[in-house]
Design a protein around this ligand. Structure first.
Ligand SMILES: Nc1ncnc2c1ncn2[C@@H]1O[C@H](COP(=O)(O)OP(=O)(O)OP(=O)(O)O)[C@@H](O)[C@H]1O
Ligand SMILES: [Mg+2]
Length: 405
């Protein structure tokens, strides 16, 4: 149960920043957990007084009313929420359809099912910087794979998965794929649309099939992207069907843990605070790893990487790295593209091709900004007020050194 001191600190924070919905809803969750649905409900009604059409506040208010036993009031909140945000009609567009049978490579004759299995060819050496992340991945997966003798001696199994979290675009997916490459394993990246299905029970079947496919493809890294969407805290979900999906995921993870023959599970999220705590128990995603924006040497390497196949003049990658603190890998990619575009535009207008120059980067830097700040702004509240078991200690330490607290 949450420490009353944390609750009262959060109450203070909400009073000081009444428009911060993230904070308010976080306090809401903690209050429900602490058995105080009455105050949780007030948090919603305060917000609804200002914004009566706030769907999330309505849904949460309904949930709090369920807890206080006021069924009738719960129903009316729910009714309003549904009216304002009707459930989308079943989507029959191309995108929404289940991924078709597609085996990228390494498939051979055997059938691998309808989920995409890749032969990962990136290696950890292709990932710039991230030394600490690499070290932890090495300890958890690679070293035990390389040394089965030592592993047996210490009784260390390859049980349990790892959850990567951090701001968007900083290489979570990239390093997961590289881990597979390093293990000589296949790679299956699973997104929410691969699992969720409007038909009752089909999502659970999809999940089961995904794990079966991974087993058939072993050694295989099974990577769940946006795990918060699949394994959402069960007290946040309204539909029992969503709860069933979390339960199925837990069961599958446990069975992989109990009988792991070469299936390694990794997950990534930008919102670790929304992930159901049950997913973090031993044998599941029991290790949590922060993936931060690249440091200066890594930024330099990423810039070089993106310029490798472009015509470049005299470019000072170290200078660019020094001007791009807090840029994500994706931001840096965007910056390189913008600089290339500027050079191309000029070449097109003069009819004479010229290489990308430092000046193009100077101009591009006035247009491209870091996208990670917003994430840190959200993360701050959780890191400070929901740091149970010290899960966000790494994040707090980083934010302190970067003066983001
Ligand atoms: N350390 C790195 N070294 C080289 N390239 C990187 C690195 N980090 C990020 N990149 C580049 O940035 C791109 C975006 O990274 P990626 O998609 O892995 O981020 P992510 O953390 O999974 O983001 P999201 O949270 O949005 O899913 C990668 O395709 C890669 O080109
Ligand atoms: Mg990703």
């Amino acid at each position: 149960m949450t420490d009353p001191a944390v609750l009262s600190a959060l109450e203070g924070a909400v009073a000081a920043a009444p428009d911060n919905d993230t904070l308010r809803f976080h306090l809401f969750d903690l209050l429900l957990g602490a058995g105080n649905p009455q105050r949780a409900l007030e948090l919603c009604t305060e917000l609804l007084a200002k914004r009566p059409d706030h769907v999330i506040a309505l849904e949460k208010a309904a949930y709090a009313c369920d807890m206080t036993g006021d069924r009738q009031r719960a129903e009316s909140y729910r009714h309003l929420a549904n009216a304002l945000a009707p459930r989308p009609a079943p989507d029959t567009s191309e995108e929404a359809k289940v991924v078709p049978l597609r085996v990228i490579s390494g498939g051979g004759e055997e059938e691998r099912g309808r989920f995409e299995v890749e032969a990962a060819d990136t290696r950890l050496a292709d990932v710039a910087g991230m030394d600490e992340v690499k070290r932890r991945l090495d300890l958890a997966f690679l070293a035990p794979m390389r040394n089965p003798e030592i592993r047996r001696m210490y009784g260390k199994s390859l049980r349990g998965g790892m959850m990567l979290y951090g701001p968007p675009g900083c290489g979570k997916t990239f390093i997961a794929r590289a881990t597979a490459g390093e293990l000589g394993a296949r790679f299956m990246a699973i997104g929410i649309s691969d699992v969720l299905d409007m038909w009752l029970g089909q999502s659970e079947r999809n999940l089961h099939e995904i794990f079966e496919t991974a087993r058939r493809s072993a050694p295989c890294v099974l990577f769940f992207d946006e795990i918060d969407a699949l394994g959402r805290k069960r007290n946040l979900v309204r539909q029992s069907s969503e709860r069933n999906v979390v339960n199925q995921l837990l069961a599958e993870l446990d069975s992989v843990g109990a009988n792991n023959e070469g299936v390694f599970v990794l997950a990534a999220t930008n919102h670790p605070w929304d992930v159901d705590a049950a997913l973090r128990r031993p044998g599941r995603f029991d290790r949590v790893l922060l993936v931060l924006p690249p440091d200066k040497p890594a930024r330099e390497a990423i810039v070089r990487l993106h310029l490798r196949e472009r015509p470049v003049g005299d470019i000072d990658a170290a200078w660019i790295a020094s001007k791009t603190e807090d840029f994500s890998g994706a931001d840096l990619a965007h910056l390189c593209e913008s600089a290339a575009e500027l050079a191309m535009e000029e070449s097109l207008s003069t009819g004479k091709a010229r290489p990308i120059q430092q000046a193009d980067f100077k101009r591009a830097l006035t247009q491209v900004k870091s996208s990670t700040r917003a994430w840190f702004d959200t993360a701050r509240n959780y890191a400070q007020f929901a740091n149970e078991g010290g899960v966000y200690d790494d994040l707090l330490a980083f934010m302190r050194t970067r003066r983001l607290l």
